[in-house]
Every structure is written in C-alpha cells, then in structure tokens.
Design a protein around this ligand. Structure first.
Ligand code: ATP
Ligand code: MG
Length: 412
C-alpha cells in the first residue's frame, strides 16, 4: 500500500474532544474517525487491525468447535419481553418505526439465537453445540469518554454454547478458558483471568482483565498469577499474603477485554429450549456465553503498547508488517531502488506500507512512522546505498541489511 494513496492520513494536532489515549493516538494516526460520542468509524488502517484480531479470534473459536454465523442487529421486541429484558436491560436501544412497530437494537444476541436453536435441537445427539458471531452491538452507555474502550456502537465476538448437562458444560468452559488465553497471548496482551460475580444468572463468571491505568475496573490479584478477583466482589483485600507464598496481593486498574459466563437454563427456559434425553425425557439445555470486545481490545492494545511518539503494534495485529520509507525525493539516484524494494517485498508476500511521498521531510516521515506504529521500519536512501536500514519500532538500534537479509528476517 502506498501511503500517498492511503485513505486516512496522520494529523499533527491532538483532537480536542478526546481525553483517552487510545482515541487520541488512533485518530492522529489515521485509524479511526469519531462520528459522535461513543461511535467511531474505522478507516482502512483501523479495519486492518480489527481484521487481524478477528482472524486470531476465529481461529481459536473454531478450534473449540465453534461455528460462525451472522445474526440480526434489529431484534424482535416480543423475544426481549419473553426474557423480561425489554424492561430490565437499561442500555437497550429501543427503536420505534414510522409504522409504530418497536424493535430492539442488538446489545447482545441471546434473544435472537436461542429461539433459532430451539427449532433445531431435538435430541441429545444434537448436543453439544457452539455458535458465535463477530458483529456490531449497540448499547446506550451512560459514559462514553474512553474512546473505543466503551462505545455506544462497538464490535464484539460472542459465542453461545449448548450442553446436555453441567458436566459437559464445565468441560467446555475449561476449554474456553484456554482458548481465551491463546487469543490474548497471540494478540500481544496479558489478560488476567479474574473471578467475578455471575450477575443474575449464576454464582460466578470470569473476566479477562488487562492492567492499565486507563481501565475502569479494578482487580485484586496475586503477583504469582494464581489468583485474581474483581474488587467489586472480592472476598479478600489488597495486601493480604498469598497462601501460596507469592507475597502480598496487589490492586490494579484494569480493562475488561472479555468474559465468560454460565447461563444455566435462564434462556432455555424462556424459549422452551429442551432436548430429548436417552431416556426420552424433555430436558432443558444448559448454556454458556463467552464474549470478547473486539474494538475495546484494539483500544486496550493501544493503551498498553505506546510511547510518547505513538502506537507500538504487536506483530500479530499490526496493520502492516513493515513501514518502508524512502528519503531523498524522486530525483535522487536511488529512486529506482526504492520501487524495486517495494515490489520485491510485495512479491515476497510481505505486507508493506510504503511512504512514497516526494515532498515530505525525513523528520516528518519518521514521525508519522512512529505514530502509526508498524513493528518494523525500513529506510532506503542515498546514505543506505544498496542496503536497507532496519529498525524495530520498539528498539532504538538499527541495522543495515541487504534485501535478502531483510526478507529472511521478516520470515522469522
Ligand atoms: P462492561 O462490564 O465493561 O460494561 P459487560 O460485562 O457488560 O461489559 P458483556 O455484555 O459481557 O460486557 O460483553 C462482552 C465484552 O464486550 C466485554 O467483556 C467487553 O470487552 C466488551 N464490551 C462490553 N460493553 C462494551 C462497550 N460499550 N464498548 C466496547 N466494548 C464493550
Ligand atoms: Mg463486565
């Protein structure tokens, strides 16, 4: 991709109406544009990051046997009344049509999916089943000041699992804990599995919390990694000695990037979701739900991985693998070399953002490169001759490499 053609350029000034680091940096770097409070547009760079995250999330969900589908955003009021949530779900956007019909604008998808599953499940042979979607959700959030961390419109993966009994549910729940760990590690974040209350449905749930001062949540956790609990419900206090000898428990601000939840038979009961057991008895299906806030996750990565110059994307979710810069203008004797390097990288399947601008200073190009935060910067200039300067965004040192050596390093 040529930077000169890229839709969504960097801007120098910090947007005045943003207070959060993620929104400031992502806006300045050309990843997002605000529509209004809590609602953002994702420009090509931003979409590339969301898609990278989605590839990893899909891979891990598919490995647990999850099947992807797409569900409706405009939702049936009657089904929301059946679960009692038409009145009790505070953040539900309710839409009135010009024909006086009312709809819910999907903040979550149990009310859509469970009635469909109820039509398809007959016998114990149809279970277990796990279905997921990655879709835009809508919530009438009270506060929307933290950029893409808390949106009124945001992208979420949610998966719903359906089981014949508690034992099968528990097995899958444990499998999902591992899948979640994989997702977050692969995306370059450490998310602490944290005990939380189960809300209306069950005694417990688990949240995946990332430590950063930008967070709205707080956890009490063991530095040795064997315990973490949301402060809202924590049975223990900060400073208490860890029973396994890891020292005093710590308290930290965190962002919840995902959560997993037993739903028991709450929705199965509402929609008559039962199956015939081996003995021929109608039995309610046990459910679980598993969410990841995809767009919040992207914002969290920025909150954790940045410095005063800009974003520092982990390789797995970076919009491009390398940021190629040429210095010296089109009349410099090396101009053919620049194009050749760009072409060869492309042909080798490397995702390149190529700053091909002629009328921009070296300083400006470097600043933009640091702001955008692609993991590897490659510079070709008169000074580098037939070599390429390699520098990682997260390191100060640079190396001079031949094109072959560059490609070899990128393969690693
Ligand atoms: P929170 O406690 O932050 O309000 P929640 O517990 O209500 O979120 P769920 O309904 O379980 O969240 O949604 C699953 C995931 O979706 C959350 O773990 C979070 O990462 C993300 N999420 C929830 N609300 C928002 C929002 N308004 N904007 C962006 N992401 C969100
Ligand atoms: Mg929560």
């Amino acid at each position: 991709m040529r930077y000169s053609k890229l839709f969504g350029k960097t801007i120098k000034d910090t947007p005045k109406d943003e207070v959060s680091t993620n929104a400031k940096l992502l806006t300045r770097a050309g990843f997002i544009r605000k529509e209004m409070a809590g609602v953002y547009n994702f420009l090509p760079l931003g979409l590339r990051v969301l898609n990278k995250i989605n590839v990893i999330v899909r891979d891990e969900m598919n490995k647990t046997g999850g099947q992807e589908l797409v569900l409706s955003a405009l939702q049936n009021k009657e089904n929301w009344q059946k679960t009692g949530r038409w009145d009790s779900f505070d953040a539900l956007f309710k839409i009135k049509s010009r024909y006086d019909f009312e709809y819910g604008l999907g903040p979550t998808h149990e009310e859509v999916l469970v009635p469909i599953v109820a039509q398809m499940i007959n016998s114990y042979r149809d279970l277990p089943l796990s279905l997921y979607q990655i879709q835009t959700k809508f919530r009438d959030e009270a506060r929307a000041k933290s950029g893409i961390l808390r949106g009124r419109e945001f992208l979420m993966k949610d998966l719903y699992s359906f089981h014949a009994d508690e034992e099968d549910f528990n097995k899958y729940y444990e499998e999902m804990k591992k899948a979640y760990k994989n997702v977050f590690t692969r995306c370059g974040l450490e998310a602490i599995q944290t005990e939380a209350s189960g809300g209306a449905f069950s005694k417990f749930s688990h949240e995946y919390q990332v430590i950063t001062d930008a967070g709205e949540d707080e956890i009490i956790y063991c530095p040795g990694g064997d315990f973490s609990s949301n402060v809202e419900i924590s049975p223990v206090k900060e400073g208490k000695q860890c029973v396994l000898g890891h020292g005093p428990l710590k308290r930290a601000k965190t962002i919840e990037v995902g959560n997993i939840f037993p739903l028991k038979t709450k929705f199965s009961d509402a929609f008559g979701l039962t199956y015939k057991s081996k003995e021929g008895k109608d039995t309610p299906v046990i459910m679980g739900c598993y969410g990841i806030g995809i767009s919040r996750f992207m914002g969290t990565i920025v909150e954790v991985h940045h410095n005063e110059k800009g974003i520092i994307w982990p390789e797995s979710v970076a919009p491009f693998a390398v940021h190629l810069i040429h210095l010296g203008g089109v009349h410099a004797y090396t101009s053919e070399v620049y194009e050749e390097v760009y072409e060869k990288l492309n042909r080798a399947g490397v995702e390149v953002l190529y700053d091909d601008r002629e009328d921009v200073s070296a300083g400006e190009k470097f600043a933009d490169c640091d702001l955008i935060g692609i993991p590897v910067r490659l510079v070709v200039s008169k000074k580098t001759g037939d070599k390429i300067e390699w520098k990682r965004r997260d390191e100060e040192k640079s190396d001079l490499l031949s094109l072959d050596e560059t490609l070899k390093r990128l393969k690693r």
